[in-house]
Design a protein. Structure first.
Lengths: 121, 196
């Protein structure tokens, strides 16, 4: 064990931890640089924070949807009766009597006599 | 064998894996614990590649930030140290290529902030310069091994694991590196300092 090569080299002059205060500053510099990344990770890991982060864009999107829906609803007129010559033609083409189709479109309940009348035709 | 580094080793039984999991969730204290625990090993590897203490500190800072950004890639958190040192090696390699465009802001202030006017500090700075110069004469692997062994205090088994070499090779590198450093620096300078 007398071989000088058994003794470690003293690297204290290049040891970054030799001066505790200076080492603290080095570590603090790393942590300060990492602050944004750490904050982003905390947010990802916490669903409440994530929802909170989405609150503003979600509210903005909902407002846009409400405006568009309102505009569309005020401009579109719902027809009084869906029955048109075209729909009557379709009913005939698929073999449904025109009167029956008309009742369906209007939502009216035919009487038994009316039903017999239609099927007799 | 006397240990010159045992004095700075705080006992923290928490395994790296625990800190890694917590750091992934953005726990600043866990990340800080990892930085404190592995800074010197990272510095040793960076210094071995760059032969300049300030450059090595810049690379360490950069490597720790990169490690945090990519911490999901650390598949075996219990082997965080080996994974980190690989990042340090890569960053130091890149840094060496772009050394001339180093930003002046970085850590210059950290050095300047410390008291640097006393005779002892001047002596330390002189010794540091000589040591860095002598280290530059060694091969890269010799520098890495001797710094990890004598500065960080790793065992040959740990060095072998982290640098992917055999334990026998680690011993040989330490032996030859010490011999060369003593020859280059003059044994007296190192011995006097060591005996303090």
């Amino acid at each position: 064990m007398n071989d000088p090569q058994d003794r470690p080299i003293d690297f204290s002059s290049v040891d970054p931890t030799a001066d505790p205060e200076r080492f603290d500053r080095l570590v603090e510099a790393v942590i300060a640089q990492a602050a944004d990344e750490l904050a982003a990770r905390r947010m990802q890991a916490n669903p409440v924070l994530q929802i909170a982060a989405w609150r503003r864009p979600m509210l903005a999107a909902a407002a846009v949807v409400a405006v568009i829906a309102g505009t569309v609803l005020t401009q579109v007129r719902v027809p009084e009766s869906i029955s048109t010559p075209e729909t009557d033609g379709i009913a005939e083409a698929v073999g449904i009597p025109v009167e029956l189709a008309q009742w369906l479109w209007d939502g009216t309940v035919p009487s038994t006599t009316d039903l017999f009348g239609v099927f007799e035709e | 064998m006397s240990s010159i580094h045992s004095r700075e080793r705080p006992e923290d039984p928490t395994p790296d894996a625990t800190y890694v999991v917590r750091a992934r969730r953005g726990d600043a204290a866990a990340f800080e614990a990892l930085v404190r625990r592995h800074y010197r090993a990272a510095y040793a590897v960076a210094l071995a590649q760059l032969s300049n203490g300030m450059d090595a500190e810049d690379v360490c800072q950069d490597a720790f930030l990169k490690a945090l950004e990519r911490i999901e890639d650390c598949r075996e958190p219990e082997k965080f140290a080996s994974w980190l040192l690989q990042i340090v090696r890569n960053r130091a390699h890149n840094y060496r290529d772009y050394r001339r465009v180093r930003a002046a802001a970085s850590l210059e202030a950290t050095w300047a902030a410390g008291p640097d006017d006393s005779a002892k500090d001047a002596e330390q700075a002189d010794l540091r310069e000589k040591l860095e110069g002598a280290l530059a004469q060694l091969s890269e692997v010799q520098r890495q091994v001797v710094l990890l062994h004598d500065l960080e205090g790793l065992k040959h088994r740990e060095i072998a694991e982290r640098l992917d070499i055999s334990e026998g090779m680690s011993r040989q590198h330490v032996f030859h590196a010490r011999k060369a450093l003593r020859r280059l620096m003059g044994d007296q300078a190192l011995k006097e300092h060591f005996d303090e």
